[in-house]
Every structure is written in structure tokens, then in C-alpha cells.
Design a protein. Structure first.
Length: 266
């Protein structure tokens, strides 16, 4: 949902909550209204005395009349309690929506041309030996979990943004998967980690050997990437330096064809 739609929903919720609060604190309205006593009764028709019935001893003043009653105070209180609870729930939902909007992660765009993306392979290779040692130490299940968690820590140290919906395992696989590595080995290592972390069956040395092969393949690929990046930086920093003619080459200073040595030895 867009920010405009969320703010519209919040505004509607505030209006509904205000209406509920007003309805909760207002005085109850009688469901059955009594007749207005200020209005004069209509004139009775004139009947001859001979046609009037003979009065009896029993009074019938109250027969045939319906007296409306006020609503039950218990019912009124129950309705007000329900309205107040509804208003409180709506208010809590609105507050939670506003807090989630306030805490939404904001990505800072670096427009400065001097900003550079971190050297990912170097960060991942910094603890490569420690990772292999963890994988070779202890029970296979614990070793595989420890090695993968160390890999997740190295990826998190790079400082790349992480999607809030991603788990740390998904984020690690996505970051490393963007590099020129063996993705099948990377996927197998992640699968071994999930199996070691969440399964209940035994893991043996064959699982450890698979994880070692996956991890060593990953480290070898990262080493090649880091070496290629280092050579590219050296070439860009050195400019034409590596292409300059060496000693004794044609055109080099002191060579027979170099300028200033046209006459050669006398």
C-alpha cells in the first residue's frame, strides 16, 4: 500500500474512533418515547345521556393502556463498554501502523562519485581459515552450523542493505550468489546448514566432507575474484607504467635505436 493510501486509512480510522467515543459517552436515548403531555387531548364527542353505559363498581382506568418503559441500565452500560473497547482497539491498530511507518528502513542513496562499494571477496576471505577450522572441529552437526554462521557474520560485516523480509541465511546466499562463484556448491552448503540446524537425524563425517568441499570451492572462487580485482586496480593505478619498454628493448633509453644514440660507438 502506498503512503497516501495508508494515511487515508489512518484518517478514516481516526474519524471512526471519534464517532465511537462520542457514542460511548453520550446519554442513552429512550427507545420508546412517551407522548407529549403538553398537547391538549382532542375534544370528546357529545353522546346523549340515555346511551351512556351504567357505571360499575370496578374501575377500568388502567385497562387497555400501554406504558412505555426506559431501557435497562445494564443494557446501556454493556453497549457503552463494547463501544469503548472497540475505540481502544482501533486506536491501538492506528498507533501500530504509525510506528511501523516511522520505523521503516530508509535507504540512503550515495550520489558522491567517490563512494565505492566494499570489496566483497576480501571481507569474505578475511576469516576463511577460521571458518575451515570451525568446520573441522567437533561433531559434524555443530561444525557445519558454526562454519555457516561465521560466513553469515562475514557477509553482515560488509554493510550491504538487507531486505526486512529476508532471513540471515537468505541474505547470505543472495549476496554471495551475485559473485562469480559455484552456485551449486553454495546452495549445497546452505542446504547442509539447514539440515544440521533443523533436522533431528544424525549427521556423519560424509556430511562434514561435503561441507568442506563446498566451503573450499567457495574460498577458491572468492580468491580468484579478489585477485582479479587487485590486478584491475593495479592496472588502473599504474596507467601506462606496465607497458613501458624495459631495458635493452627497442626505444628504451641507452638502446642503439634510442634518440641521442644515432652515431653509435666511435
Amino acid at each position: 500500500m502506498s503512503r497516501r493510501g495508508v494515511m487515508l486509512a489512518v484518517g478514516c480510522g481516526i474519524v471512526v474512533m471519534a464517532a465511537l467515543v462520542v457514542a460511548a459517552v453520550a446519554r442513552p436515548v429512550a427507545l420508546l418515547a412517551r407522548p407529549d403531555a403538553a398537547l391538549p387531548p382532542p375534544p370528546a364527542p357529545t353522546v346523549p345521556q340515555s346511551l351512556l353505559p351504567t357505571p360499575t363498581a370496578r374501575s377500568t382506568a388502567g385497562e387497555g393502556q400501554f406504558t412505555p418503559s426506559d431501557p435497562s441500565p445494564f443494557l446501556v452500560a454493556l453497549v457503552q463498554i463494547v463501544l469503548v473497547l472497540t475505540a481502544v482497539i482501533v486506536l491501538a491498530v492506528l498507533i501500530r501502523i504509525l510506528i511501523s511507518l516511522w520505523r521503516r528502513p530508509r535507504i540512503t542513496l550515495h550520489e558522491d562519485p567517490s563512494f565505492q562499494i566494499p570489496d566483497v571477496p576480501v571481507e569474505l576471505l578475511r576469516t576463511a581459515e577460521q571458518r575451515v577450522t570451525l568446520l573441522r572441529t567437533g561433531a559434524p552437526r555443530n561444525a557445519i552450523v558454526a562454519a555457516w554462521l561465521d560466513l553469515e557474520t562475514s557477509v553482515a560485516a560488509i554493510g550491504l542493505p538487507r531486505d526486512p523480509a529476508e532471513t540471515s541465511t537468505e541474505f547470505t546466499g543472495r549476496v554471495i550468489g551475485t559473485l562469480e562463484v559455484d552456485r551449486l556448491r553454495l546452495g549445497d552448503l546452505a542446504a547442509l546448514y539447514r539440515e544440521a540446524r533443523f533436522s533431528v537425524h544424525e549427521l556423519g563425517e560424509s556430511h562434514r566432507e561435503r561441507a568442506l568441499l563446498d566451503l573450499e570451492t567457495l574460498h577458491a572462487d572468492l580468491t580468484l575474484i579478489a585477485e582479479g580485482a587487485r590486478m584491475a586496480r593495479a592496472a588502473s593505478d599504474g596507467g601506462a607504467g606496465p607497458h613501458a619498454p624495459g631495458p635493452g628493448a627497442p626505444g628504451a633509453p641507452g638502446s642503439p635505436g634510442a634518440p641521442g644514440n644515432r652515431g653509435g660507438a666511435t
